[in-house]
Design a protein around this ligand. Sequence first.
Ligand SMILES: NC(=O)C1=CN([C@@H]2O[C@H](COP(=O)(O)OP(=O)(O)OC[C@H]3O[C@@H](n4cnc5c(N)ncnc54)[C@H](O)[C@@H]3O)[C@@H](O)[C@H]2O)C=CC1
Ligand SMILES: O=C(O)CCC(=O)C(=O)O
Length: 536
Amino acid sequence: MYKILVSDAISDTGLTALYEHPNFAVDKKPGLPPEELKGIIGEYDALIVRSQTQVTEDILENADNLRVIARAGVGVDNIDIQAATKKGIIVINAPGANTISAAELTMAMMLSLARNIPAAHASTSEGKWERNKFKGVEMYEKTLGVIGMGKIGTEVANRALSFGMNILGYDPYLTEDRAHQMGISKASLDEIAQEADFITVHTPLIKETKGLINDEYLAKTKPGVRIINCARGGIIDENALVRALNSGQVAGAAIDVFETEPASNTELLEHPHVVVTPHLGASTVEAQEKVAHEVSEEIIDIFETQSIRHAVNMPQISGETQKKLQPYIDLAEQMGILAIQLLKQAPERVEISYAGEIAMESTDLLTRNILKGILTHHLGDTVNLINAHHLLKDQGVASNVSKNPKSKGFASYIEVTLHRGDNKANIGATILNGYGARIVKMNDYRVDVRPESNLLYIKHHDIPGMIGRVGSTLGDYDINIGTMQVGRADIGGEAIMVLTLDKKAEGDVLVGLKALKGLEDAQYLELPNEKVAVPN
Ligand SMILES: NC(=O)C1=CN([C@@H]2O[C@H](COP(=O)(O)OP(=O)(O)OC[C@H]3O[C@@H](n4cnc5c(N)ncnc54)[C@H](O)[C@@H]3O)[C@@H](O)[C@H]2O)C=CC1
Ligand SMILES: O=C(O)CCC(=O)C(=O)O
């Protein structure tokens, strides 16, 4: 039974799939103080949060069983992603599930600003009738600058177009073509400052966007501009905004999100030209059901079928790429497991190369599988696909991944080389159409070996009788040989044998083999059964 903790107010309807699933037990404890959360987090396999719970490194220190942190929403800035990644915890979110609600709130905020609705409401409900005080402006034919043309920015732009506004969009990913198709103009931040009557921000809060709208930027804006932030507190510097509101440079601001939440900047909150809401962008029945439903379904999939769709700390790959990579996923981990056994010690440097068709795909998932295979040998079960890169760096191991779309004799080919001082071990592998996975290179020798559970790697001199002596020694220990491959550099020179065996060959067997005339080294290489495909 997997234990799920829900530590923010999340829609029960959206959580139905988890409540009804026999393998999941859900504890709902919204509003837990951090120290209480830290005290109980160790009992849980997954944590579901909105934006209130701060999932800090300190809390994660105790999260020994946690495999998933699910953000029922978009922004993950309340989660210490790095700390989660280090611990191998998958962080997922629900992108898109609250897009429409956030875009609709943005439009409501813009209209409220243009027509002074909140202040007019407050005055009228007090019994006043101040028709002259609340003269507004039309949005029709005004220019709206949208900073961040992702999902929400795009929906806002579409809605604003129907109000007859001219839209200037800024986003590093916005192309002229897409802007043209949408009926908007691609603009720079400075062009937005100079021309926009309304500016709305829809970026995540990241290093590049923190304080994006600051004193310097506000000084460049059109006097009387109106500014909206329904994305994240901190994208607009609150104190700079207050200064610009006081000077009249900014005519009004509508703010849903704050530098600290609950909001406490009274100069901003009480300013007469400011409209504020308590982070309500996603607070609709529909958005809350959708975000909870999406993360519930994904948590079930992760635990039941290991399929991850929206991980923030894992490479995102399309279904089509996933299909192409699928046959290589287990092979990649096997290559790591074999390479580290061949090296017999921890590597100082890992080199991974992809050649042929596979080099044209996004291969980070395969690299993570290779690294997992390598690192698990010394670090055990703490290694997973999430933390593999981190752990490698933590261990001070250098790495290099190269890609060459030119084929190396196979449609796709992967090679892993581990170095430590002058020692090196390498494994090259491919998938042969119709035949499955094959190891085709071992320590620079060409071989053709199916990755099976029990492998024996022998280094010997290329002298007559070697194969017979190895075969009869294994026979003495009742070990049946499945396949045998021999590779040599030169006639009479150094050679290798790679055998697949029906059982393990350890201890005395290896001692017996190493005592054979002409045999330099014998190494038993093991692949975990669950990682080995049924022989075809
Ligand atoms: N107020 C609320 O309750 C809600 C707030 N949000 C916030 O809205 C923001 C946007 O959400 P989505 O549109 O779903 O995300 P998205 O990922 O679809 O779009 C974000 C866009 O920002 C762009 N961007 C990144 N850096 C930029 C920069 N320096 N300048 C300009 N653009 C930049 C990206 O290229 C991307 O296109 C997020 O911060 C999210 O947390 C989302 C939902 C509800
Ligand atoms: O959960 C919420 O209400 C906040 C939504 C939000 O800010 C987000 O999804 O980024």
